[in-house]
Structure formats: C-alpha cells, structure tokens
Design a protein around this ligand. Structure first.
Ligand SMILES: C[S@@+](CC[C@H](N)C(=O)[O-])C[C@H]1O[C@@H](n2cnc3c(N)ncnc32)[C@H](O)[C@@H]1O
Length: 251
C-alpha cells in the first residue's frame, strides 16, 4: 500500500466544491486547454480520483491517467466508467513513466493539485520533472500547480481543523490537516490528513494518512524546470498567495 491508498476512499471530501465534477475540474484549466490541438494526447501524471483526466476525456482528448497509488488509479477508472469516458489508466510513479510511454508522445502533461512535493527531495523532484519533460513533444507543455511552500513553512507546524463540515454523497465529514514542518527546507516534512465522517446516528468513522513531502521554493522549481529542458512560459507565482500555476514549454 502506498501513500493515498487510504485517502483515495474518501478523497471527494478533500476536493473543493467548485472542482467536484470532471467538467468543473477541467474548466479550471481552460486557459491552457485552449492551446491544445484538436484530439490532443494528454497525460495527467498524478490523476488522483480522476476528475481532471475524465474532464479532459469529455472534451474529446486522448487521455492517459497515471498515479503511484493503486487505489487512486482504480477510482479514476471507476469515474471514467460511470461517465462513459474513454481513459487509459496506468499505475506508475513519476520516475517510472518513461518505462510506459515513448519520449515526445504527449502534447500536454498535467501534474496538479499539490502533488509534486511528494517527490523525494531535490533529486526525486528532478527525476520526476525529467520524466514529465521527456514525454512531451517539442513545444508541448507541462502544467503544474503547487502550494506556496514559502508561506506554508513560515507558518510552522500547526493543526488546521476546517470550520465547516463537508458534505459529499449525503454524508458529512470533518477534515483535519496536521502540518509537521521540519527545521530545514531540504528535510522530509509531513502532512497528516484526517477525514472524520459523522453519521446521523452519531457514529464517527475516521480515515487518515501521514504523508511525506519535500517542499521547494519557487526559484528552485524554476531552475529545476530549466535543467530538464522546460522553459517557463507563464507563472502565477505570488509569494503572498496560497498556491500558483506554472506552464512550461518543452524546448
Ligand atoms: C493531493 S493528490 C492530487 C490528486 C489530483 N491531481 C487532484 O488534484 O485532485 C496527490 C496525488 O499525487 C500522487 N502521487 C504521490 N506521489 C507520487 C509519485 N511519486 N508518482 C506519481 N503520483 C504520485 C498521489 O497518489 C495522489 O493521487
């Protein structure tokens, strides 16, 4: 069992209201999607429960969905089946992607939703970005979203208990994030995520996972993208904002 296999079962409680459906999730990337050729070949390489991948398939694209977690890949497949979307699914960690797909075979690669910090340290992140870059055709784009770790680290270790119950599939849950911030940037950090489902009869069912992550500064990410042959085309990075999106083109 890898990280996220437990959370996969309750992942909808972690997705924001505005991005719950595949169409809504894909719409959040309208600006980059419109740059794609018709019937583009795209890869979502940390697909989670598949909202983005299924949303892209719904737009007529040839979509491959990969993830390191078997449970996530299974759930992405279930969502595709439920909505009649055509999706190729493969369980693969980022460093394994080049074993499954040819170089230069995708028009766009997505790595979104606070995923990249799970790559192990600077070396693991470089290997992950290198795989993503190799799979892109020249001129193809990597679309990456990230937390602003500069802000997260400045806040230090803390407990973040959401102030409202989240309702999904007719069930309420309380979502808790516990942040374990290490003294130094390069050290392993942890995020513990708990989803406590509260049933009408008062029963509480808690599912939680302790996830490892390795934060990075925006400047470090930019320089790593450059090292793997990706040129930053647009970036929404703002040191005061919670997160940002980077679009980088394969040179
Ligand atoms: C926060 S979730 C984001 C999922 C989805 N992209 C979204 O936005 O809802 C992070 C995802 O990254 C995946 N992941 C973590 N480490 C990975 C790795 N080394 N290779 C591929 N996927 C990985 C997890 O299994 C999980 O599905």
């Amino acid at each position: 069992m890898s990280g996220y296999d437990v959370l996969a079962e309750v992942y909808e409680w972690l997705i924001s209201d505005e991005k719950l459906t595949p169409a809504e999730f894909a719409a959040a990337f309208d600006d980059v999607i419109r740059l794609l050729p018709s019937n583009a070949r795209v890869l979502d390489c940390s697909c989670g429960t598949g909202q983005l991948a299924v949303g892209l398939a719904g737009l007529g694209m040839r979509v491959v969905a990969t993830d390191a977690s078997a449970a996530m890949v299974r759930r992405a497949g279930e969502l595709a089946e439920e909505l009649g979307a055509s999706l190729r699914k493969v369980r693969a960690a980022w460093h394994q992607l080049t074993d499954h797909f040819d170089d230069a075979s995708f028009d766009m690669v997505f790595c979104v939703g606070n995923s990249l910090h799970h790559a192990e340290g600077a070396k693991g992140r470089m290997a992950a970005l290198e795989s993503m870059s190799r799979l892109l055709r020249p001129g193809g784009r990597l679309v990456l979203t990230s937390r602003t770790w500069e802000l997260v680290r400045a806040r230090g270790s803390r407990l973040d208990v959401r102030d409202e119950l989240v309702r999904r599939n007719g069930r309420d849950a309380l979502v808790i994030y516990r942040w374990e911030i290490a003294p130094h940037w390069e050290q392993e950090h942890h995020i513990e995520i708990a989803v406590a489902q509260v049933d009408a009869d008062g029963t509480v069912l808690v599912r939680s996972e302790l996830l490892s992550c390795w934060p990075y500064r925006y400047d470090e990410l930019s320089s790593q993208l450059h090292s793997v042959g990706l040129r930053v085309e647009t970036s929404t990075f703002d040191p005061e904002a919670e997160g940002y999106m980077v679009v980088a083109t394969r040179v």
